[in-house]
Design a protein around this ligand. Structure first.
Ligand SMILES: Cc1cc2nc3c(=O)[nH]c(=O)nc-3n(C[C@H](O)[C@H](O)[C@H](O)COP(=O)(O)OP(=O)(O)OC[C@H]3O[C@@H](n4cnc5c(N)ncnc54)[C@H](O)[C@@H]3O)c2cc1C
Length: 809
């Protein structure tokens, strides 16, 4: 066994093998894959091998499509065949809401180029004669889906990697991981040690255990998953075109042909986590005992849908563990706080994802960034508290149960809530708040006055909460609103090297003392890594604010670039500071009732920060709002939240101050054309494309991402983020929200990143990256919403208060 490697991959399942292969394709062959058993001995060998490309997320769909493309190539390649069978998938619809889901998904498929049709019951019957059509309204048909032999696919990728010069050590167990001062890892195994520059945790269900060897707690829990294989089914005996993979989404099972019989996999209620506190050390290429009671109900439904099942003998009920995370997506990327440790674990449908994930992981390791936008899989979307079993297990069980549930837009799931709450939670709840959770934090979405209905029924169409949002937006535009934004991520960056560090990370100039600046941090390619609000408290002290969802990610980015000389300290102070946003034309009048501080624009201008007393509460007031109105973010030590909130409510009563939830911002920010990271800006978008050039100080000196931006500026951007108005009539129940295809003269030119009604401007507003020809104001466009077209046109943004006078008043 070798003693040194540039990369050591722990785990020889589909994911580890794919990464080894894709690293080798990029020329990295000083690599070793260490597998305690034989290749594909974990969850991989017993997987059903289904390769679906149907997903609610555009990014994940692209990943799945890469996987299928690779399997097709491997099947035809020198190490094939790998039994990739392109039989297509039919997903049945028996409810109107399900058809809406498919119409929505068809729009997404247009954008990704995935072949996708919605077919009627007759076509279902023709393609899958075993299916009883009772109640079937139609189905989603994805002809390029299929299934594969997972072991062969893994073997083929491993052999290709070996052929390129990579190494594989089988029957070798990694027993400890120790980081050396150089940043390298000492990887101990039962057959000797390897010193590795980079360690990759591709240990699947063992991902949490391997993480612990490196001192990190990853939110991965194994869950039992079973499928039934039948004996030969007489109806399949004659020559016939193979049935597509059929999913009865309401009954919650999949079925495909297998060796003359059928293979039926249920996603049942009350699923079972397995070995959540640690996998027994002797567990290897094994299965778990079958549990008929667990899946009996779904198998009954399956028999009703596929009557031939009733006549088929049972060959095997196979029970195997597979990984789940709190949201069902895998964990990928550099592990925060552990230099040179990469994770590629936690895949609950990792066979079909292996190709795309391995490719992206290799790019991330070799080139510093993934090829695709992987935010949904990024390990940094979770903080350390997501690994607590009390959170992880209920979330994983909910995700498993909902495998085929309709992923309604705006829907907030219920498991393991509330997790993190600030001191106002009960008070806001008593005042009618309907909450959503972000990064575990409960946040008000809207307020229900009196004992009105909560308005949270899930739908793809016009939502029931809309009237509440309209009222809250009006309060902010006409009077004043109060929003609890305590979930903001907040860091304090200080020390003699703080300014130099932030200056090198931020595209914008740092603010002067007592001032606030908005800035993006860019990737080496010039993409938008994150979007920050930075307040300078002193020459060498900064208060940095980011979104709740990116708390771990943004902190990691800053820490990763910290000098090692101890000249900078970064503290995550998220939980220590509460934030109340007071915004609206009456905000100054209300605040003036409670403070002696001079709130005039001369003394306290827009984008300034002051320490003031509000009543008895020490407040760091920032004159910024995400609403386009006059207002202040009132940051305060969290123990003062209730007092501050109470004082503001009292003072605001005579001015019509209203409680406001986050949903209002969806509308207000689009009226102002404000960008939102993770929605309309992200690592795949540059500030020049996003119309944020005014936040890039090219002349300030070097910063990460400057060179590619300069090149892009010289060459000219090929697409830009355009603001559109969409003709959705007030009585129309279509509700575009982002993800809908955009056409110019019948040609697909882009898709909406975001859309929402702008209540003050009386138009539905959208944002889309469009090629130059289509981005000029006045360009007529069409938007496809749930299969229907609505006209749209490019407009000059922002639509509300173009000169920005209202927030500077
Ligand atoms: C019943 C069932 C059906 C499924 N059907 C599908 C499907 O149809 N489609 C699909 O896409 N997915 C399916 N899956 C999920 C799929 O099996 C997994 O997502 C996938 O196999 C994960 O691959 P992996 O490489 O991450 O993990 P694994 O295949 O589990 O590989 C991890 C490897 O790490 C090794 N290892 C662990 N610890 C150490 C150590 N300390 N030292 C050395 N080696 C170590 C293990 O031996 C193992 O081989 C199914 C899962 C189950 C249980």
């Amino acid at each position: 066994m070798r003693t040194h490697a540039r990369v050591a991959i722990i785990g020889g399942g589909a994911l580890g093998a794919s990464l080894l292969y894709h690293l080798a394709l990029r020329g990295w062959t000083d690599t070793v894959l260490i597998e305690k058993d034989d290749l594909a001995s974990g969850s991989t060998w017993h997987a059903a091998g289904l390769c679906t490309q149907f997903n609610a997320s555009l990014n994940v769909t692209l990943l799945l499509m890469r996987g299928v493309k690779l399997f097709k190539e491997l099947d035809a390649g020198p190490h094939g065949p790998i039994d990739f069978r392109e039989v297509g998938s039919l997903r049945l619809a028996t409810t109107a809401a399900r058809l809406d889901q498919y119409r929505d998904a068809r729009g997404l498929a247009r954008i990704t180029g995935l072949p996708f049709e919605i077919v009627g019951p007759d076509e279902v019957g023709r393609r899958a004669p075993l299916v009883a059509l009772d109640g079937v309204l139609g189905a989603a048909w994805t002809p390029t889906d299929g299934y594969v032999d997972p072991s062969r696919a893994t073997q083929a990728m491993a052999e290709l990697a070996l052929g390129l010069g990579a190494e594989i050590e089988r029957q070798t167990t990694v027993t400890s991981l120790r980081q050396l001062p150089s940043g390298e890892w000492e990887v101990e195994t039962d057959r000797g040690g390897v010193r590795a520059g980079i360690v990759v945790n591709a240990a699947g269900i063992w991902g949490r255990d391997v993480g612990r060897l490196a001192g990190v707690d990853l939110p991965i829990v194994p869950m039992e998953h079973q499928y039934l294989v039948t004996d030969a089914v007489p109806e399949l005996a004659a020559d016939h075109p193979e049935m597509p993979v059929v999913r009865d989404t309401e009954a919650s099972f999949y079925v495909r042909e297998e060796g003359g019989g059928l293979l039926v996999g249920p996603y049942e209620r009350d699923p079972k986590p397995w070995a959540s506190t640690g996998i027994p050390s002797d567990f290897g290429r094994q299965l778990l005992p079958p549990d008929f009671d667990q899946v009996g109900d779904v198998l009954d439904l399956a028999t009703a849908r596929i009557p031939a099942l009733a006549r088929a003998g049972m060959k095997q009920l196979l029970n195997g563990p597979t990984s789940y995370t709190p949201d069902g997506n895998a964990l990928m990327g550099w592990v925060p706080g552990r230099p040179n440790l990469f994770v590629l674990s936690g895949f609950s449908y990792g066979i079909v994802q292996s190709g795309g994930a391995g490719l992206n992981a290799a790019a991330w390791i070799v080139e510093g960034e993934p090829v695709d936008n992987l935010w949904e899989l990024d390990v940094r979307r979770f903080g350390p508290d997501a690994a607590a079993l009390e959170y992880l297990i209920p979330r994983a069980r909910e995700t498993y149960e909902r495998e085929y549930a309709i992923p309604f837009p705006f829907e907030e799931l219920r498991a393991a809530r509330p997790q993190k709450t600030d001191p106002l939670y009960d008070r806001l709840a008593a005042r009618g708040a309907v909450f959503g959770a972000r990064n575990g934090w409960e946040r008000p979405l809207w307020f229900v006055p009196g004992d009105g209905p909560p308005g949270d029924e899930p739908t793809y169409r016009r939502p029931a909460w809309l009237p509440y949002q309209v009222a809250e937006c009006r309060a902010i535009r006409e009077r004043a609103g109060l929003l609890d934004m305590s979930s903001f991520a907040k860091y304090e960056v200080r020390g003699p090297g703080a300014a130099a560090l932030l200056d090198s990370l931020c595209a914008n100039r740092l603010p002067a003392i007592g001032r606030v600046a908005l800035s993006q941090m860019l990737s080496p390619r010039g993409g938008i890594e994150s979007d920050l609000t930075i307040t300078r408290l002193a020459v060498d002290r900064f208060y940095v604010i980011s979104a709740a969802a990116t708390e771990t990610r943004d902190l990691d980015w800053i820490e990763r670039h910290m000098p090692t000389d101890g000249s900078v300290t970064v503290d995550d102070v998220t939980g220590a500071w509460g934030v109340l946003l007071l915004a609206g034309p009456k905000a100054r009048d209300i605040l003036a009732r409670l403070t002696d501080a001079d709130l005039s624009s001369a003394a306290f201008p827009f984008m300034a920060a002051r320490d003031i007393l509000v009543g008895p509460v020490p407040v760091r007031a920032l004159r910024v709002t995400y609403t386009g109105e006059l207002g202040w973010e009132l940051h305060h030590p969290v123990e003062w939240s209730r007092t501050l909130y109470g004082r503001l409510l009292d003072a605001g009563a005579e001015f019509g101050l209203a409680d406001v939830g986050y949903r209002a911002l969806d509308s207000l920010r689009l009226e102002k054309g404000y960008r939102l990271w993770g929605v309309d800006i992200g690592p795949q978008d540059t500030p020049l494309e996003a119309g944020l050039e005014r936040f890039v100080a090219f002349d300030k000196g070097d910063f990460i991402g400057r060179e590619p931006l300069l090149r892009q500026r010289a060459e000219g951007v090929t697409r830009s983020l355009a603001c559109l108005t969409i003709d959705v009539a007030p009585d129309d129940d279509l509700f575009p929200r982002g993800g809908e295809p955009v056409f110019a003269e019948e040609e697909l030119v882009g898709y909406l990143r975001a859309a929402h009604p702008g209540h003050a401007v009386g138009r539905t507003i959208g944002l889309a990256y469009l090629p130059h020809g289509a981005a000029a104001p006045g360009t007529p466009l069409d938007i496809e919403i749930l299969g229907e077209r609505r006209p749209a046109s490019v407009v000059t943004a922002p639509l509300y208060d173009r000169e920005g006078g209202r927030m500077r008043v």
